[in-house]
Structures are given as C-alpha cells and as structure tokens.
Write a protein that binds this ligand. Structure first.
Ligand code: PGA
Length: 272
C-alpha cells in the first residue's frame, strides 16, 4: 500500500450538536474554552463543527479556534425578504460566523416541521452559502425494509429545490430515530449503516447523477461514542458523525475524532 497524500485522503466531518447544553452564557464560555484547549487531532482532512444553542453562537465563536466551524442547530423559518418577529435570516447567521446548518433533525421534525419547510431551509441555507447537514432516518426499527422508501422520500423532498451546483455543500446524516439520544433503544449494525449510506447515494443519483451523488458525504448519527465510532467508520461506509451527548465532553469528542480517523484508515487499507 502506498502512502496517501493529503489530497487523496477522504474528507471527513465531525459535527457536535449541543442541543440545549450548556444552560448559561458563563458555562458556554467555559465549555468553549475547554474545547479550545483540548487535544484534538490536527489532520487537514478532518473538519470539526459544533452547534451550540442560538444565544451562545457569538461567544462560542469568539473562543473556539478559527479552524472549528460554527454550526446552527436549526434555521427555523428564515424569511430573508421580510421583517418578522423571532425570525433569523441566513445572512444574520453568516455574519455571526455560522458556516454550517443542521436541517431536519428528528427532534425538529417531531415538533411538526413540514417537509416543505425543510426543503426551503435546505435550499435557503445552501443559497446563503452555508454548508448543510440534512438529517434523515426512519422512526421505528423495521424488519420489513420500509425504511428505504421512507428515507428516499425524505431525501428527495428535502433536495427538491437544490440545484446541482449547490450539492457540494450538502452532507446527509443518517440518523435512525430509534438510536438517538438518551431514549435510544439500540444502535444499528455498521453494515446496516453502510447499506443506508449506499441507498442515500443511489437516491441522490436519481436526481444528480452518479458522480455528484457519490461525492456527497453521508454521516452517521445516533448514540455515537468513543467505543463504537471506529467500527462505524470502518464498516459503515460513512464520512463522519453527527454526535449529540458525546460531543459535550471534549475528551470524548476528541476520542471519537481519533476513532473516525483510524476507522477510515482501516477501511482504506482494506480496499487498496
Ligand atoms: P446522540 O444524539 O449522539 O446523543 O444520540 C444524536 C443527535 O441527536 O443528532
């Protein structure tokens, strides 16, 4: 096996979704400082992002190193044309330092966010120059393979207004709802994740062709922690993780980063 140059290495993403943590500005500043001084692997093919709660975006940006990407958890209903109480535009997010937006998280979908709004959020964010992590995934663990039709519809609806030239800014996170958060009932096998990652690319290929679809990274999310991350990275066919709980502890998040790098390296060694 020949050593790969940085350009040939597969690009990887590690995105932390802090949800409603931490609960005060003082704690957000202190936690961002802990992240800034922790020992994260410095490899140029891995991008890190964290999505703190909205009120703390600015202060987290001010503390985190520049190489970290600041992410927003959900863009709500941005209406760049109008003046509406409580809304935030992509231009505002961009000027606050946000470069990535998480769209369609199952917790947001569960609150009744319609597919049409998710599609507007995706095209609006991409049009506004943000990267997007689009979350998709079935609600129940199913033995009947209904999940493939379900995820296909989620993907195709969400990208319905996305032009091919915006696709390089899109990442899709496969997050089976039954595997997410403290109420998770189980986690999928890496081979199940691999099957779904291939399916998502096949679905994207229907609209954008195989080349663009294959280049679209698929991440996995749902109870990722340092012990299971390497197997998902090696055998799950994915290019990164969207992490909830374990992204709040810099040591755990750094250990997931190491596991992601080594799991993908194992995979590359196996296939070359
Ligand atoms: P979890 O959350 O890692 O805590 O399961 C994942 C998510 O909600 O995206």
């Amino acid at each position: 096996m020949t050593r790969k140059t940085t350009r040939e290495l597969e690009r990887l993403w590690l995105v932390g979704n802090w949800k409603m943590w931490p609960d005060t500005a003082a704690r957000a500043r202190r936690d961002a400082q802990r992240f800034a001084s922790a020992n994260f692997p410095r490899v140029s093919h891995l991008s890190f992002a964290v999505a703190p709660p909205y009120p703390f975006l600015g202060l987290v940006r001010a503390v985190l190193p520049r190489r970290w990407v600041l992410a927003a958890q959900d863009p709500g209903d941005p209406d760049p044309e109008g003046e509406e109480t409580g809304r935030v535009s992509f231009a505002m997010l961009r000027s606050a330092g946000v470069r990535l937006v998480i769209v369609g998280h199952s917790e947001v979908r569960a609150r009744g966010t319609p597919d049409a709004l998710i599609a507007r959020q995706v095209s609006g964010a991409l049009g506004g120059g943000c990267e997007v992590v689009l979350c998709v995934g079935e609600t129940e663990r199913d033995g009947a393979h209904d999940r493939f039709a379900f995820v296909r519809k989620q993907v195709l609806t969400a990208v319905s207004s996305v032009r091919p030239n915006a696709l390089p800014l899109l990442r899709v996170a496969y997050e089976p709802v039954w595997a997410i958060g403290s109420r998770a009932r189980a986690t999928p096998e890496p081979s199940d994740v691999h099957e779904m990652a291939l399916w998502i690319k096949k679905v994207l290929a229907e609209r954008y062709g195989a080349r663009a679809a294959l280049a679209t990274p698929v991440l996995y999310g749902g109870s990722v922690h340092p012990e299971n991350a390497r197997a998902f990275a090696r055998d799950g066919g994915i290019h990164g993780f969207l992490v909830g709980r374990a992204s709040r502890d810099p040591k755990e998040f750094a250990a997931i980063a190491e596991a992601l790098i080594s799991g993908v390296a194992d995979r590359a060694a196996f296939t070359h």
